[in-house]
Design a protein around this ligand. Structure first.
Ligand code: PLP
Length: 493
């Protein structure tokens, strides 16, 4: 049967048997498209070259005149696309903050799509609006002990960091200069405004400064110490210099879990400075925020409760499918800075009637019901289940760090990792150390055996393990280290 002839009663969910039969058939085919290639996979990447993959994908007519039955389409997707995806659940896929998603979240994801609620207004998402609000309340209370805390789901850390700096800027200018940025744009003295972060902070801090019209040069970076944490002495020195130059430092972004090292800035020490200078403290806990679920490790985040705003990503160490993140505020009232009224979405009379329209808390309009997947995961695993997953990855990271530290052919850069990321390199006897480490990573990616990340520390090439996957065992680590050493030896002739 040509799909072109499918009736709308079959193409859209409803209460007809036709629709349910077609839905079940389609979902079954989608499961097959996943299962067949996954069953054959023995490594994180097929190793196909860019050129070969291009050829494969360019063969198709993207929008044919006539449709094809879904079983054929999904079979082709399985054998050509899914076959060459990065296998995020493979223990040798250790490059980025890129997690295997929890199965309960995958089930919830199907419901999020099927119901297609949009979080911008009550009349597009009644139960979803209230559930997101409850999940956010729980989350905000996980970090803050105030009753005013609040937040909103976001597409991830990029958006959450941007929101933090947007509110920081607008709040500062309103409170200290009686200047309404939303109405008037930037003030005449905007070029004096400064944002502070460490040199290990995420690039989205600079990106936000640029998007906010302040420019990347408005970001002053503070040196990190030997543990890759923001150095409070350098912070103090740079603050003095800024103030002497009549610059206006209005926000500081501390990082809880830097992208390379997973290092956590000294939040309490930093807070004494932001408080003294009336600066907004934003903590980018996109990666590290998950430690708050662990009674054994949450003390690593102590001081986070002082933050005016916090970024948390769920598509990292909360094992949620992309995308899923949150932006949290210590004081709900700051959301007022974002608010606008659209007569068609959140008219003022709704507010008087107590109808919540979440559009006022977000910089997105149409927005997914991502809270459901986190909710379902939390229900199924419980806090302890999550804590156990996270703690097991920290233990395996400790094992990896000590194995590398005792290995003559390796140098490890963070011997006592704060999170589950390890920066290291192979030490050749003869050859060029940077060239060989680059070659090791490239070789392993091309063969698909291990997907490792590379990074630079003071212009030197390093390799990186990001050990998010709770299924990684000591045997997997031993195997990877052995393979990296073997390849290194081959290049070091
Ligand atoms: C991942 C990450 C970001 C960016 O978040 P996205 O979810 O990719 O938009 C920002 N900061 C840190 C520390 C991160 O780890």
């Amino acid at each position: 049967m040509k799909s072109t002839t499918l009736h709308p009663d079959q193409l859209f969910l409803g209460n007809s048997d036709q629709a349910w039969n077609y839905y079940q058939h389609a979902m079954k085919q989608s499961e097959k498209a996943l299962k067949a290639p996954f069953a054959l996979q023995t490594k994180p990447f097929s190793g196909i070259s860019v050129a070969e993959l291009n050829n494969l994908i360019n063969r198709w007519d993207i929008c044919p005149e006539e449709g094809t039955p879904i079983e054929e389409v999904l079979e082709q997707v399985g054998s050509s696309i899914i076959q060459h995806t990065m296998v995020v659940h493979d223990p040798n896929c250790v490059a980025h903050l890129h997690c295997p998603p929890l199965i309960p979240a995958l089930a919830a994801e199907a419901l999020v799509s099927a119901t297609n609620q949009s979080m911008d207004s009550w009349d597009q998402s009644p139960s979803a609006t209230l559930l997101e609000e409850r999940v956010i309340q729980w989350l905000a209370k996980l970090f803050y002990d105030t009753s005013d805390c609040n937040g909103v789901f976001t597409s991830g850390g990029t958006q959450s960091n941007f929101m933090g700096l947007l509110l920081a800027r607008d709040h500062y200018l309103k409170a200290h200069h009686d200047w309404d940025v939303k109405k008037r744009g930037l003030p005449p003295f905007a070029s004096q405004l400064r944002i502070i972060c460490s040199e290990a902070a995420h690039f989205t801090v600079k990106q936000s400064a640029s998007l906010l019209g302040l420019g990347e040069d408005a970001v002053i970076t503070i040196q990190t110490d030997s543990k890759q944490q923001m150095c409070p002495h350098d912070l103090e020195r740079k603050l003095e210099t800024m103030l002497a130059a009549k610059h206006i430092p209005f926000a500081l972004v501390a990082t809880a879990g830097t992208t390379d090292f997973g290092s956590i800035d000294p939040l309490e020490a930093i807070y004494t400075h932001t408080k003294k200078h009336h600066m907004w403290l934003h903590v980018d806990a996109a990666y590290g925020g998950a430690l708050q679920l662990s009674t054994s490790y949450r003390n690593r985040l102590s001081g986070i409760e002082y933050a005016d705003s916090i970024t948390v990503d769920f598509h990292k160490l909360f094992y949620q499918p992309i995308s899923c993140g949150a932006f949290l505020l210590k004081e709900k009232k700051h959301f007022q800075l974002l608010k606008l009224h659209a007569d068609y979405l959140n008219p003022e009379e709704d507010e008087l009637d107590g109808i919540p329209n979440l559009v006022g808390k977000s910089i997105q309009t149409t927005r997914r019901f991502d809270a459901l997947k986190l909710y379902v995961s939390l229900q199924v695993l419980g806090r302890k289940g999550f804590a156990h997953l996270i703690e097991s990855t920290l233990h395996i990271t400790q094992y990896t760090a000590s194995t590398l530290a005792h290995h003559a052919h390796f140098e490890i850069k963070n011997r006592t990792p704060h999170m589950n990321a390890i920066v290291f390199r192979y030490l050749p006897k003869h050859g060029d150390i940077n060239g060989i480490n680059l070659a090791i990573r490239q070789h392993l990616l091309a063969s698909g055996e291990i997907v490792l990340a590379k990074t630079k520390v003071k212009d030197e090439v390093y390799l990186k393990f990001t050990l998010l996957n709770p299924r990684i065992t000591e045997t997997d680590i031993d195997h990877m280290i052995h393979l990296i050493e073997q390849i290194g030896n081959q290049f070091d002739q």
